[in-house]
Design a protein around this ligand. Structure first.
Ligand code: ZN
Length: 61
């Protein structure tokens, strides 16, 4: 399976301002940076039968 796209835009994916969130998938994982508010993080992207499932790690306490 070589069809895995490496760049996504998650509609309203920013957890801070709900703007579209560009996410790039790399060998090291996913990195998302919000162009709108500057939030960045490492969303966890999992491919499911329903599509992409994106979760965010909570802030490390
Ligand atoms: Zn944002």
């Amino acid at each position: 399976m070589h069809a895995t796209p490496r760049d996504y835009t998650l509609p309203e994916g920013c957890p801070v301002c709900s703007a579209d969130l560009p996410v790039r998938i790399t060998a090291a994982g996913a990195n998302g940076v919000c162009k709108h508010c500057g939030w960045f993080g490492r969303p966890l992207v999992t491919v499911t039968h329903q599509g992409l499932r994106v979760t965010y790690e909570g802030a490390q306490a």
